[in-house]
Design a binder for this molecule. Structure first.
Ligand SMILES: Cc1cc2nc3c(=O)[nH]c(=O)nc-3n(C[C@H](O)[C@H](O)[C@H](O)COP(=O)(O)O)c2cc1C
Length: 180
């Protein structure tokens, strides 16, 4: 394996769930820049990002997101959403449903965002929304999302209070050559 600082940065990313301070405007903008540089199907860039700083909204999110209870005033919430209306024309034209490409596109953006946070010495964690309908509908209501905008996840990001450990996920049994 080749050792390289940028690769090491990817290998050392881990979820951070305890924060000491929310993102500054400049940090937030940097993370969103990284998110919006992800690859997307047909270059559609279907993403929208809803930034949550308001404490009352955070409290509301805590009440129906059991695995995002660590959201508080010391972190910034970022809901990564996809615009599913972009794919309707293409789906009709091609006769195949392309709609779910938004999930891949927004997942790529989310991973970019997590890596950018780590690169800046910040922390972040992806918390799950899609495909759970109960979470999607409550989030839709809370954030006033239009019909065509579907939330993928809620990312919490901020300054690190305590870090988890890096998990070594390297597993040669997951690699297959030529055929499975
Ligand atoms: C689709 C998805 C949903 C996740 N949902 C949650 C969640 O709701 N709450 C949480 O604390 N972590 C969540 N995580 C983070 C995972 O628990 C974490 O990535 C995994 O345990 C591996 O740890 P690492 O990120 O430190 O490598 C989620 C990650 C993904 C990709």
């Amino acid at each position: 394996m080749i050792h390289n600082e940028k690769i090491d940065m990817i290998l050392s990313r881990k979820s951070v769930r305890r924060f000491s301070a929310a993102l500054s405007d400049e940090e937030l903008e940097t993370l969103l820049h990284a998110a919006m540089s992800a690859p997307t199907a047909m270059d559609y860039q279907p993403w929208h990002f809803v930034v949550v700083n308001d404490n009352a909204t955070k409290e509301n999110l805590r009440s129906f997101l059991p695995y995002a209870k660590m959201i508080n005033e010391n972190c910034t919430g970022i809901v990564v959403c996809g615009d599913i209306s972009l794919y309707e024309e293409v789906s009709k034209r091609d006769g195949e449903d392309n709609t779910l490409y938004w999930v891949e596109d927004c997942s790529a953006a989310s991973e970019n965002l997590l890596l950018a946070a780590h690169a800046l010495g910040l922390g972040a964690v992806w918390t799950g929304i899609f495909p759970l309908e109960s979470r999607i509908s409550k989030l839709r209501e809370t954030l006033a999302l239009p019909e065509n905008i579907v939330p993928l996840n809620l990312i919490l990001a901020g300054h690190v209070l305590s870090e988890g450990r890096v998990k070594d996920k390297w597993d040669t049994s997951k690699i297959h050559y030529e055929k499975f």
